[in-house]
Design a protein around this ligand. Sequence first.
Ligand code: IMP
Ligand code: MG
Length: 178
Amino acid sequence: MARVTILDKTFETSYPESQITQAVAKVADAINADLDGRDPLFLCVLNGAFMFAADLMKRVSIPSKISFVKFASYSGTQSTGVIKQLIGLNEDLTGRTVVIIEDIVDTGITIENLVKQCKEKGAADVRVATMLFKPGNCKTPTKPDYVGLEIPNDFIVGYGLDYDGYGRNIPEILTLVQ
Ligand code: IMP
Ligand code: MG
């Protein structure tokens, strides 16, 4: 895939499928090595992380469970730093090792919020696995523990990430052409 137009914007391939596959395998290997015997609970943050979670979990070989969570969205007036309500979490986290699966960590506010909520619910160890990390934009002390690819501060789509709802199904990662 070379150039793709989504709505009014043009995107260009930055990371082809082969590179994504390698990055996912690296994350899975690290998790398999670190968390063997810990019976971790993976929490896939919907919508964006669905594709990374599916590929990652196929390579996780240690006994574990997966669940899916989402933030209730408040349309329009969501300002940064506001604690958003987590929905879909039915598991008892008491004493558990939790691995949050995210598509991207940008400012870090989403994961900071989620890690805090998991700890408040009694999780003993909370880690974050993200396909993409924009270190240049991250404003929080909470950093992801497992990172597929570190990327510059550009807007991207594909591999679960969207532009206005479109592009999540693209199997590669594309960057906005300025
Ligand atoms: P945060 O800034 O780390 O809290 O990230 C919040 C959310 O912004 C992510 O989970 C994504 O849904 C979205 N996001 C951040 N950067 C991008 C991007 O480049 N493309 C598409 N969505 C993004
Ligand atoms: Mg997301």
